[in-house]
Design a protein around this ligand. Structure first.
Ligand code: AMP
Length: 114
């Protein structure tokens, strides 16, 4: 499956699509994955424009990427998880489907070969 032609996460940010929102602030939103791969599977998404894949990281926007880790810690607190896994598909060639940067925040039962 290739990259979707539209950004469903922007629709969630704009409340045009429903989502089970776990955390939100001015710059990020975190909501439950519609097809969870673990007991806890939350997507952490920056709200700003122009961040399609992690390959859009540059020196002038690297704080936005770093902030994803701060949100992951908040989600861990909210979900009462001591540890967790983060996964990111980068670009269509890396398995990314939704064209907006996002971390997959997963509880440790996520079946990862790593
Ligand atoms: P990726 O391959 O990293 O782009 O993964 C996209 C993820 O978004 C998949 O795990 C999907 O299950 C999830 N997803 C797609 N549409 C929605 C939606 N409307 N609400 C929540 N999660 C979604």
């Amino acid at each position: 499956m290739g990259m979707l032609p539209f950004d469903v996460f922007e629709q969630i940010i704009n409340r045009e699509s429903p989502a089970d929102i776990v955390y939100e602030d001015d710059n990020y939103i975190a909501f439950r994955d519609i097809a969870p791969k673990a007991n806890t599977h939350v997507l952490i998404v920056p709200k700003g424009p122009g961040l399609v894949t992690a390959k859009d990281a540059f020196e002038d926007n690297v704080n936005i990427f770093g902030g994803l880790f701060l949100v992951a810690n908040k989600v861990a607190d909210i979900e009462n998880l001591e540890g967790y896994k983060l996964h990111m598909n980068v670009d269509e060639a890396g398995g990314q489907i939704v064209p907006r940067v996002h971390f997959h925040f997963l509880s440790s039962d996520y079946e990862s070969p790593l």
